[in-house]
Design a protein around this ligand. Structure first.
Ligand code: FAD
Length: 320
């Protein structure tokens, strides 16, 4: 059966959820062969095998951590040459997208980014994308080379599918260009204990209607009751009420969770661009004419300071 390369996003061996979703998608196209790089790469194998990886190519060279993306591109190129896959799938995250783009140039292939679905086809996988602030859905196929496709988180369920997951060392040689940009230091952001915004199954966001940093704990409490990540509109982050890293939208992060709850957000086109592909959208807004209500599955016309605490209490009560 044809083999499909899956680039593994992991933190010291802990595989991130979007990679497991990619394995679900990869199985539609062929046998998934995972590529895990850096410290802890080998430790990913058990999880990857449980989710359908027939093989796990690993390389734990120090270069992946010591230099910016190029060594990882070298490794993926080596994997493409070793396996001759029908496609290379990469999670749609900032660094991974850069790796995918560089790889596509290296191997002379076409690239599709931010797919939300993939289907198998005799002439090559067909990718679905939501474009122009999700006002259009496109279906595309790479017509040159081995398709390199990045897939947005939450585009498929995580499914258990036991496979061999045989670990093989990937031989990679790094050229002078690979080590052109050295990482000097790393300072991890303080953890909030909440899921990563772009990967979360549920996102609870606050906008200008939250009316001050001091009121954001209201949004956080609802998020915590649901195990959700917290997002914010640009108006809220520009006002300094919430960190820029949490901005959702055209110039912020693009999210596609199962559930998106927008509180005090009007629904400007630039905000929609980052959340419109969410599966279920709920909005709380006191203005019944707010544009956000055009795209919601459930809308509550009301004051968020009344609605949100009630919702939080109700969620907690139902969880017992
Ligand atoms: P507003 O539009 O002011 O809406 C606030 C809403 O809160 C209103 O609908 C109001 O009825 C409601 N409200 C007020 N009080 C309450 C209450 N007590 N209870 C319930 N509802 C209440 N924006 C983004 O979000 N992300 C981006 O990435 C982004 N990128 C941009 C890029 C460019 C180039 C430009 C020009 C703009 C960008 N914007 C972006 C800004 C965008 O155009 C909007 O200005 C912004 O999204 C508005 O944020 P908001 O909905 O929180 O505020």
């Amino acid at each position: 059966m044809a083999e499909v390369l899956v680039y593994v996003d992991h933190a010291d061996g802990a595989v991130r959820k979007p990679t497991l979703e990619l394995l679900t998608i990869a199985r539609r196209l062929g046998d998934p062969v995972a590529v895990a790089l850096g410290a802890g790469a080998e430790a990913t194998a058990a999880t990857l095998a449980e989710h359908g990886a027939v093989k796990v190519l690993v390389s734990e060279a120090a270069e992946y951590a010591d230099y910016l993306v190029v060594p990882k591109v070298d490794a993926l190129q080596a994997a493409v040459e070793a396996v001759s896959p029908v496609a290379v799938l990469v999670p749609s995250a900032a660094e991974a997208k850069e790796i995918a783009a560089r790889l596509a140039v290296r191997i002379g292939s076409g690239l599709i980014t931010d797919a939300v679905d993939l289907e198998a086809d005799a002439e090559g996988p067909i990718a679905t994308q939501a474009v122009f602030a999700a006002s259009y859905t496109t279906r595309s196929r790479v017509s040159t080379g081995v398709p390199v496709i990045t897939v947005k988180p939450n585009s498929a369920p995580v499914e258990a599918a036991a496979a061999a997951g045989a670990v093989e060392q990937l031989s990679v040689s790094f050229g002078e260009k690979s080590t052109g940009t050295k990482v000097l230091s790393r300072t991890p952001r303080e953890s909030t204990g909440r899921p990563e915004l772009t990967e979360a199954a549920i996102v609870v966001s606050g906008g200008r209607g939250v009316n001050g940093a001091e009121n954001f704990p209201l949004i956080e409490a609802l998020a915590d009751s649901l195990g959700a990540a917290v997002g914010a509109s640009r108006a809220a982050v520009d006002a300094g009420w919430y960190p820029h890293t949490n901005q959702v939208g055209q110039t912020g992060k693009s999210v596609s969770p199962q559930l998106y709850i927008a509180n005090g957000i009007s629904g400007a086109i630039q905000h929609r661009a980052g959340m419109q592909t969410s599966k279920t959208i709920v909005a709380v807004n006191k203005d019944a004419e707010a544009p956000i209500f055009e795209l919601v599955d459930y809308g509550v016309v009301g004051d968020l300071f009344t609605v949100v605490p009630q919702l939080t209490d109700e969620v907690k009560a139902r969880k017992g």
